[in-house]
Write a new protein. Structure first.
Length: 220
């Protein structure tokens, strides 16, 4: 049986920030949170580190006949990462994948406008970027985010998450300079939600509220 470790995403963000503090506090890093669930984690990680906070929007590409599951992920700039064995089993063709990804990108553009308005994306060239989510599931969404960020020539990419199965860390670590995870699970049946006492799906309004909270609480 799996027991919750974190009270909520805010608690997880504070714990992650403490773990990263010695190395990255007041070092001019930028924290990029993956919405929606990664945003409260990112807010409290960034507050602990006295770091700039922004978002990297990426989403899974859903299996058409099973929208709860995905076979890969895509970012708003069109970076696609696929799970090859699953794609082969599903029998999806390249043009089908591209069409599904296009629909996801359109949704991400709407979400970006909702979250950012007309504000430009952050400048990350040469900087240390810490990418945060509330946990890894398959890891493909994180890999898509990292590949997209890498195009902007950051100085260093750190992925930091509260919890992940070991197999997903093995996937992600190939693409990053540093990987930080508080709880590493070897469970065959894994769900990020199992490690949180208070788990719920966030809305776009929740994301905007947390980003406003960061602006109110930062004191540097």
């Amino acid at each position: 049986m799996v027991y919750s470790i974190f009270k909520d995403r805010e608690h997880a963000g504070k714990e992650l920030g403490k773990l990263l503090s010695e190395k990255y506090r007041n070092k001019g890093v930028i924290v990029l949170a993956i919405p929606r669930g990664g945003v409260p984690v990112g807010v409290y990680t960034a507050l602990e580190l006295k770091a700039e906070l922004d978002m990297i929007i990426t989403r899974k590409i859903k299996i058409p006949w099973n929208p709860e599951a995905g076979f890969g992920a895509v970012t708003i700039d069109g970076t696609i990462v696929l799970n090859p064995p699953l794609v082969e089993r599903l029998g999806l063709k390249r043009d089908e994948i591209e069409e599904l990804a296009k629909k996801v990108i359109e949704e991400m553009k709407r979400r970006t406008k909702e979250f950012r308005g007309d504000s430009p994306p952050p400048k990350i060239q040469g900087r240390t970027v810490i990418v945060v989510d509330d946990g890894l599931a398959s890891g493909y969404t994180m890999v898509a985010a990292v590949k997209s960020i890498r195009k902007e020539n950051p100085g260093k990419i750190v992925v930091a998450v509260p919890v992940s199965p070991r197999r997903s860390l093995s996937l992600v670590e190939k693409f990053v300079d540093e990987l930080v995870c508080i709880i590493i699970s070897d469970a065959y049946m894994f769900a990020v939600a199992d490690y949180y006492e208070n788990w719920y799906d966030l809305t776009d309004e929740d994301v905007k509220r947390y980003m406003a909270e960061y602006q109110e609480k930062k004191n540097w």
